[in-house]
Design a protein around this ligand. Structure first.
Ligand code: MLT
Length: 263
């Protein structure tokens, strides 16, 4: 489906019926990365699954795509879908977007699932690296970025089928959309205090991390969990950064258990 909002056309899936769950994908994939979770949960939940601006079948606007813009798009999507409040689950960049949604549109967030992500902003070195990567992807295309990223995104033991699937989720994307996301991620705010306050105010928060996540390692996610009162952390064995793709059954089970308590 398509929706027009905030000057762009956004493609999204709207599946199932029941309490609403908004699934926000990582960088540099697209909504289809949630395929297994959609198949497992659509009998019991209404799943809203966008391709965020610059990715998948959505429009690719020029310039950096900030977490604030993505978050405003998510709020607009909830408006289009007629959903007042949703459980918001985001993996990595999807987590950054979920945090920005909480900051800007707190009333729309019933609960948060933050997978393989971090609350802290980029270091100056990381910002420089993002700009280098943005220029690289603009020059050489999505396939080159996919080839350089895939090994870091997955556990060393990931199967060739999982590797191929991840590559195909990345390669279909527009290089300019990827560059916009890289530049937008470099601009993001620190969400540590925001998440701590949300926990204090009773917003349910589930954290998920792959035991072999090299990008947002378990030790860092444990630190985040300690800073959010009432939050829970589920560590998924034999998974790297892309927990929901690498261990879909374990990821979905963690999600289902969390959602069941909210009903
Ligand atoms: C992601 O998986 O979305 C990225 O690792 C996020 C990032 O580059 O910070």
């Amino acid at each position: 489906m398509d929706a027009h909002m905030n000057g762009i056309r956004m493609a999204y899936e709207d599946r199932g019926a029941g309490p609403a769950l908004l699934l926000v994908h990582s960088f540099p994939t697209r909504g289809a990365m949630w395929q297994e979770q959609v198949a497992a949960l659509e009998a019991d939940y209404r799943l809203l699954v966008p391709d965020v601006r610059g990715f998948g079948k959505s429009d690719v606007p020029p310039g950096p795509s900030t977490m604030e813009q993505y978050a405003d798009d998510m709020a607009a999507l909830l408006d289009v879908a007629g959903v007042e409040q949703a459980v918001v689950a985001g993996l990595s960049m999807g987590g950054y977007i979920a945090m920005a949604l909480l900051r800007r549109h707190a009333a729309r967030v019933r609960a948060l699932v933050l997978a393989d992500t971090r609350a802290t902003p980029d270091t100056p070195e990381k910002r420089e690296q993002r700009e280098t990567d943005a220029r690289l992807v603009e020059r050489t295309g999505a396939a080159a970025l996919a080839a350089s990223m895939v090994p870091n995104l997955l556990a060393p033991g990931a199967s060739s089928a999982v590797r191929a699937r991840l590559r195909s989720l990345i390669e279909g994307n527009d290089p300019h959309g990827m560059a916009g996301a890289l530049r937008g991620m470099a601009l993001r705010e620190d969400s540590t205090a925001l998440l701590a306050a949300a926990g204090q105010n009773g917003v349910p928060v589930l954290l998920v991390v792959g035991s072999q996540d090299a990008l947002s390692p378990p030790a860092e996610m444990r630190g985040l969990q300690r800073s959010i009162p009432g939050s829970r952390l589920v560590e998924i064995a034999d998974a790297g950064h892309m927990t929901n793709i690498e261990q879909p059954a374990a990821f979905t089970a963690a999600l289902r258990e969390f959602l069941a308590v909210l009903r």
